[in-house]
Design a binder for this molecule. Structure first.
Ligand code: NAD
Length: 249
């Protein structure tokens, strides 16, 4: 059983996978959850193991209560009590304006991004809290600059889901600070993953690049570094913070 156990929701690709790999290198036992992509998730786990780390992939739809509870029970049994959670799983839904928004899309975005983050945070807090004989821990939620900027006129359904994460981060930090748990969020700007193409915005990164003062998109590995820093006890007095990582945007 490891002293440092990190759960990464949606760890099969993109920012989640980059964070899982880095955490493996930094001595965490890493559990990644995924919804549909078993092969990709197993690939990330194999990479971590080949580099000498400990890792586990578990199928758990972020929005499904039973699957999330079962995943945390398995993690507890296989790796030990989680000491860290990166609440990363998220979708954007298609780029569209409110008048074209289908309610199914809104429901799905809120279910995965908000309900999912609440579910994983609840299971983590139940195990980390010093009130329940846990050892404390740290949670990093995945927000977005869209949560504060409103989504740039492209997808307020997504922006609103991330604003909910900001409120949850601040509120939960207040709620569980005395129980040895820190809660923070990262709020990336434009990061180079497939999520932009999946949203149906061909060339979206290039189109939005002029709005980035540093004139480049970010890398998943750069977000991973920030997440690992926020989880580190060296930043043990940082809680309730939402940290932009956006090249100045
Ligand atoms: P991505 O699409 O590569 O990653 C999304 C991850 O979430 C994947 O691992 C996917 O399998 C997982 N996921 C989706 N639905 C799930 C479900 N129902 N259950 C479990 N896992 C599920 O894109 P990414 O850019 O790496 O996104 C990761 C997070 O970062 C998301 O929350 C996204 O909103 C956020 N974000 C991304 C950017 C960016 O520019 N890429 C900017 C701000 C915030």
């Amino acid at each position: 059983m490891s002293e440092k156990v990190l759960v990464v929701t949606g760890g099969s690709r993109g920012i989640g996978a980059a964070t899982a790999r880095l955490a493996g290198q930094r001595g965490y036992s890493v559990a990644i959850t995924y919804s549909g992509q078993q092969e990709t998730a197993e690939g990330v786990v194999n990479e971590i193991r080949l580099a000498g780390g400990t890792a586990l992939a578990l199928r758990a739809d972020a929005a499904n209560e039973n699957e999330v509870i079962a995943a945390f029970q398995t993690i507890e049994k296989e790796l030990g009590n989680p000491t860290a959670l990166f609440n990363n799983a998220g979708i954007t839904g298609p780029i569209c304006q409110l008048e074209d928004l289908e309610l199914d899309v809104l429901d799905q975005v809120l279910a995965i991004n908000v309900r999912g983050a609440f579910l994983a945070a609840r299971e983590a807090v139940r195990r980390m809290s010093t009130r329940h004989n846990g050892q404390g821990g740290a949670i990093v939620n995945m927000s977005s600059r869209a949560g504060q900027l409103g989504g740039g006129g492209e997808w307020i359904h997504y922006a609103a889901s991330k604003a909910a994460i900001d409120a949850m981060t601040i509120g939960l930090a207040r709620e569980v600070g005395k129980d040895g748990i820190r809660v923070n969020a990262v709020a990336p700007g434009l990061i180079d993953t497939d999520i932009h193409e999946r949203a149906g915005g061909g060339g979206r990164l290039e189109r939005l690049l002029p709005g980035v003062p540093m004139a480049r998109v970010g890398k998943p590995e750069e977000v991973a570094e920030l997440v690992l820093s926020l989880l580190d006890p060296a930043l043990g007095y940082v809680s309730g913070a939402i940290i932009p990582i956006s090249g100045g945007r």
